[in-house]
Design a protein around this ligand. Structure first.
Ligand SMILES: C[S@@+](CC[C@H](N)C(=O)[O-])C[C@H]1O[C@@H](n2cnc3c(N)ncnc32)[C@H](O)[C@@H]1O
Length: 370
């Protein structure tokens, strides 16, 4: 196989993860009221294997759907390792509900139509289908997540999709979170079914005769309202300068655990990305993202060009402090012992160590006590 083909085959293989029915049921139960009289489109779903197709076709009447459309992508590389029989051409399915009162989708009730192209979600014909739909629900290919989400936003669609939460800090995704155009759903997806030939990191379940791969950071991205988004986070801590140190380079305090957000004080704070699991826009305002590639939304007070990076044992890593400019930085005296990782130290002048932290969200408590 030529190098280019090999690369796209590898990418295609990395995209073959199937969401399990129980994860779909567990998440979808929180959004039932959104679906009445709506056209749902699953645009990355082979109906022979997709549990999204299964869920919506078997729950069509209960949800009160108007129509279900599913497009199946026909990637010629995918057939190399898939275990199920391939359709010869990319196709799409339209289902408008049960006609013979047995409350299940029988083959004669499902209309299969062929596509001219390969069923790529970006293709003209798939975009035409997308335009006819009200809500898009699927697990899109992980490798194309940014483009996939951008298309949904571009066409102003309602959606509920599976994605890796690492995407939250992407420069294409975080602004959407900040502007309240996208938020996290309720649950996580910890395990996907993988095809037979994709078993490198997977484990076999003999009971179900299938391969599964675990993931630590996958969840749901949506713009459908759900109950958690309106829940107030109960805040119990009071601000003290000892417990909430000030960053060395930003006029904001470090809050290392979301549950410890202080209830008083209206200033800026940096909170871990996991804050987004609890984010209620009535309670908090997201200002920006503090890391070296993003806009923190607040003034950066200090650069580290004159610093060098050192390991915890004192040996230089070879990197300059420039690398850390823009990250949230704490002075050594403000760091907890067990959190110390990379050290940056001013050479020659004095032993003033500072520590660079993981990305933080710049946040403000709208309803703070004084
Ligand atoms: C992560 S899998 C999820 C499958 C299914 N949606 C689910 O959640 O079970 C992503 C699927 O998107 C398909 N896919 C890859 N590239 C695509 C594209 N450009 N357009 C549409 N589908 C694509 C893959 O073949 C793969 O089956």
């Amino acid at each position: 196989m030529r190098n280019k083909n090999l690369k796209s085959a590898k990418r295609a293989k990395r995209d073959e993860f199937y969401t399990q029915l129980r994860d779909i049921e567990n998440e979808l139960k929180h959004y039932k009221s959104h679906f009445r009289n709506k056209v749902v489109y699953c645009n990355c779903d082979d109906p022979k294997v997709s549990n999204f197709f299964h869920y919506f076709s078997y729950n069509f009447e209960e949800l009160g759907l108007k129509k279900l459309i599913t497009t199946c992508y026909k990637n010629r590389n995918v057939g190399i390792f898939r275990q199920h029989k391939e359709l010869e051409r990319a196709a799409y399915i339209e289902y408008t509900g049960d006609k013979n009162d047995n409350l299940r989708p029988d083959p004669e009730e499902i209309e299969v139509k062929y596509l001219e192209g390969d069923g790529d979600f970006r293709s003209r014909e798939c975009v035409e289908l997308l335009k006819t739909a009200n809500i898009i629900v699927t697990g899109p290919p992980f490798s194309l997540f940014r483009e996939y989400l951008a298309q949904l936003v571009q066409y102003n669609k309602k959606f509920l999709i599976v994605g890796n939460k690492n995407a939250l800090t992407y420069k294409e995704v975080f602004p959407l979170i900040k502007e309240n155009k996208v938020w996290l759903g309720m649950g996580s997806v910890r395990e996907f079914e993988v095809p037979n030939g994709n078993r490198a990191k997977a484990t076999f379940c003999s009971q179900r005769n299938k391969w599964f791969q675990k993931f630590g950071n996958v969840g749901w991205f949506t713009n459908l309202s759900h109950s958690r988004r309106n829940e107030e986070l109960i805040l119990t801590k009071k601000y003290t300068s000892d417990e909430f140190p000030h960053y060395d380079n930003y006029d904001a305090i470090e809050v290392s655990k979301v549950k410890d957000i202080p209830k008083n004080g209206g200033g800026y704070m940096g909170v871990p990305i996991t804050f987004l699991d609890k984010y209620n826009p009535e309670q908090f305002e997201i200002i920006g993202l503090i890391n070296s590639n993003s806009d923190s939304g607040i003034k950066e007070l200090k650069k580290y060009d004159e610093y060098i990076e050192m390991r915890i044992n004192g040996s230089p890593t070879g990197s300059s402090g420039k690398k850390t400019n823009g990250n949230p930085i704490l002075k050594e005296s403000d760091m907890l012992e067990n959190k110390k990782k990379e050290i940056i130290i001013i050479p020659k002048i004095k032993n003033e160590k500072v520590y660079s932290l993981y990305s933080r969200i710049t946040n403000k408590n709208k309803n703070h006590e004084n």
